[in-house]
Design a protein around this ligand. Structure first.
Ligand code: CTP
Length: 399
């Protein structure tokens, strides 16, 4: 199940130069399962061609208030009613002002009044326009009415200046959109700690032993927990993906650093999830100088690292929940069940690694959820976001 499966998203695109980025946004929303209706304002039509958006979304683009006779399903009331989310990206000072005042003089502003779906604005404009008291007052009014905002970010602006006003990065807009459509706050008041990514164990100052973990699973868990109202901490090795914004993140390299970071803060959390691909071994004595070529044969002496999640489960207080993952090349269920018992976890997620169905670094994987005393639950070809959702659903059922 994709993150936006069965969700209708209205993407309202206004006349900021960042409008070209809306094509990427529409494409990513579609890729993640949404049905996307794009609406271009009159100014945006100067910047983006409807044909590009139509090709990316497979849906006719709305550019006019009055195609109602020929295309009633594109009418503002029909779209307003079927939308699970109205995402205005880029949102200009003009649309914010119109929405704050309830002005309905074109298709998008009319639809923003007609909808009862959550509304998310991603502003993009010149810094002075954004910081102008009128724009700030309009944002305040919209926030008070329940609208959400993502960005703007700081950086180089199309007008040649540097400052606040860039459209937020697309991954951040997608995260905010995901949170806006998944609104059950069933983990509010809970604190969740997640370990994520690989470890790098130094061999010498320039080389390390690592593994193929991308950090995507840890990121999906963090986003799911955030969206469900939890406070989220993340202790991550050098991953390929950034943690979602809003997560209290500690960056580490080695398994020892991860161990110390986790053990020193575990008492502050209600749920601890070990999604990191922790390095099982470290170099006994990393070289202080770069190892030179020219030797015939180099022998590296390894020694085992401590087991972080087992230490956490061994030291947990009553009521704390500890979840682990099991990465197995063979005897998947047998080994996962063994780790569940041996590490004294409340839940373990078994993934196959190696070969074609490898879960490491992939976006989809088969997985089993194992809980003591319950039959294993198989999730076939699950996305990491679907797996994250299932883990939190099952955690809820444990209480
Ligand atoms: N784990 C950990 N600390 C370690 C090793 C693993 O916290 N030093 C955690 C992982 O984050 C995961 C679980 O333990 O939640 C299982 O990890 P996995 O790599 O499947 O198993 P290992 O315990 O490392 O055992 P093996 O490599 O022999 O399969």
């Amino acid at each position: 199940m994709l993150p936006f499966a069965e969700k209708n998203v209205l993407l309202g695109i206004c006349g900021s130069i960042a409008a070209y980025k809306a094509c990427e946004l529409a494409s990513r929303l579609r890729e993640q399962g949404a049905r996307v209706d794009c609406a271009l304002t009159a100014s945006a039509r100067h910047l983006v061609q409807p044909a590009a958006l139509e090709a990316l979304t497979g849906t006719p683009v709305i550019t006019d208030m009055f195609p109602l006779v020929t295309c009633p399903e594109q009418g503002h009331i029909a779209v307003a009613q079927r939308a699970h989310l109205c995402l205005v990206a880029p949102a200009t000072a003009n649309i914010l002002a119109k929405a704050a005042c309830g002005i309905a003089d074109d298709w998008l502003s009319t639809t923003l009044l007609a909808t009862r779906a959550p509304i998310l604005y991603a502003p993009a404009m010149n810094t002075n326009m954004y910081t102008h008291p009128a724009t700030q007052a309009n944002i305040e009014i919209l926030r008070k009415r329940g609208a959400a905002f993502i960005g703007p970010a700081s950086g180089r602006l199309a007008c040649g200046t540097e400052g606040l006003g860039r459209l937020a990065d697309i991954p951040d807009i997608l995260d905010a959109a995901f949170c806006a459509v998944h609104q059950d706050k069933d983990f509010s008041g809970k604190r969740v700690l997640i370990t994520s990514g690989p470890n790098h164990e130094p061999i010498d100052p320039v080389r390390f032993i690592g593994n193929r973990s991308s950090g995507k699973m840890g990121r999906a868990l963090a986003l799911e927990a955030l969206c469900r109202g939890a406070e989220v901490g993340m202790i991550t090795g050098p991953a390929q993906v950034n943690p979602p914004s809003g997560v209290k993140t500690t960056q580490v390299n080695t398994a020892d650093e991860m161990y110390d970071a986790v053990l020193s803060c575990m008492n502050e959390y209600d749920i601890i999830i070990g999604a990191a691909a922790v390095a099982d071994f470290k170099i006994e004595r990393p070289e202080t100088g770069k190892i030179k070529r020219g030797e015939d044969r180099i022998v590296l002496h390894l020694k085992p690292n401590r087991d972080i999640i087992a230490a956490v489960a061994g030291a947990k207080r009553p009521g704390q929940r500890v979840v682990g993952f099991a990465a197995e090349t063979d005897d998947l269920l047998l080994r996962a069940e063994h780790k569940l018992r041996q590490k004294r976890l409340d839940m373990i997620i078994a993934n196959r690694v190696g070969g074609e169905a490898c879960a490491i670094g992939a976006d989809h994987a088969d997985a089993y959820v194992l809980i003591p005393g319950q039959d294993p639950e198989k999730l076939e070809y699950a996305t990491k976001s679907h797996l994250a959702r299932t883990i939190f659903d099952r955690l809820l059922a444990l209480d």
